[in-house]
Design a protein around this ligand. Structure first.
Ligand SMILES: [Zn+2]
Length: 90
């Protein structure tokens, strides 16, 4: 059983990281120091998304990271390594 909140947390962190990256690109020429800060933030956010994803979104059978985080949608998912079926808690 994979917790939905972990999947959503991972998605939110990743999207925030992408937004920060885009902000950095947008302000690179006008507000250089602000751009540096958001670049650093984007790296931190993406790293956090990866950590959450690798720590919590693991196959219950083989403990490998097999699933992409899903915001919603039920049903069974199948591990691409060992074939174990798993589902989200909600
Ligand atoms: Zn597996």
């Amino acid at each position: 059983m994979i917790k939905r909140k972990h999947a959503r947390l991972s998605i939110v962190l990743l999207l925030s990281g992408i937004v920060c990256l885009l902000l950095g690109i947008a302000f690179e020429n006008t507000f250089y120091s602000f751009a540096i800060v958001v670049y650093i933030m984007s790296v931190v956010l993406v790293a956090a998304a990866v950590v959450v994803s690798f720590k919590y979104l693991k196959c219950p059978g083989c403990r490998r990271r097999s699933s992409l985080p899903q915001w919603s949608g039920g049903g069974k998912h199948k591990c691409r390594y060992c074939g174990t079926e798993y589902s989200y808690d909600k």
